[in-house]
Design a protein around this ligand. Structure first.
Ligand SMILES: *Cc1c(COP(=O)(O)O)cnc(C)c1O
Length: 228
């Protein structure tokens, strides 16, 4: 079932990219495996899916340790600075950096581990008070500060627009994120300004996100089914 779902999603990714005149290879699928058992991740790995997203540190640690060197993981949950060491150790990318304190903690631990860590800045484009993410007007300052941290590589931006059942309602928020990324790129603030990552779109709205420029889509339910 997971293999069939993955096939369907890769086809939808390709169709959305083609509609937007984009190279389908420029979009990567992050299979969001939070609260799904290890056996489902193994099933997805056997179908060729390599990249996963996890939200909870302890749960992710257990899975990643059991998988050995199989699979790569992005952290997409809310991060506290006392968990930064674990995050720097376990993940190839942290997508949810939204304040300098967290960035500094990740930088320090990445350095101690002798690695550099890819990060995204999470932006609260919908300005929802209960949601994580830096507000658009504070983004540039955060990006400038983060760009000076030697063991972090600022790869791009991430967002989670307000909940809606109509994917078209997410479109303006995806468009805003893309515009914000363009502004930072024009100011040379990313580690690689020729390849800026935009993480946006989930099960409900990833085709729209791809039409608006997503390079990473985070899809859980549509691959693994409802979370237990
Ligand atoms: C859970 C989660 C997803 C996946 O959501 P689905 O609707 O199951 O596809 C994507 N991004 C983040 C940040 C999440 O927490």
């Amino acid at each position: 079932m997971i293999c069939d779902n993955l096939k369907t999603i890769y086809r939808q990714i390709e169709e959305a990219a083609v509609r937007a005149g984009r190279d389908p290879q420029s979009v990567r699928l992050v299979a969001v495996s939070k609260r799904q058992g290890l056996e489902r991740i193994l099933e997805a790995l056997d179908c060729g899916q390599e990249l996963f997203g996890e939200n909870y540190l302890q749960e992710a640690r257990e899975k990643i340790e059991q998988l050995g060197d199989r699979g790569r993981f992005h952290f997409i949950g809310h991060l506290q600075s006392n968990k930064a060491r674990q995050a720097a150790e376990l993940f190839t990318m942290v997508e949810t950096v939204d304040r300098l304190k967290i960035a500094r903690a990740l930088d320090r631990h990445a350095k101690a581990l002798g690695r550099s860590l890819d990060i995204l800045l999470q932006v609260n484009v919908g300005r929802e008070p209960q949601k994580a993410g830096v507000l658009p007007e504070n983004l540039e300052e955060l990006a400038r500060d983060v760009a000076t941290l030697p063991s972090l590589r600022l790869r791009g931006l991430m967002t989670m627009p307000p909940y809606t059942t109509d994917p078209e309602e997410s479109r303006p928020f995806f468009r805003s994120l893309c515009q914000l990324a363009r502004e930072l790129r024009d100011k040379d603030l990313f580690a690689d300004n020729s390849r800026v990552e935009l993480s946006m779109g989930m099960s409900r709205d990833f085709p729209v996100a791809i039409e608006e420029g997503a390079t990473l889509v985070r899809v859980g339910t549509a691959i693994f089914g409802p979370r237990p």
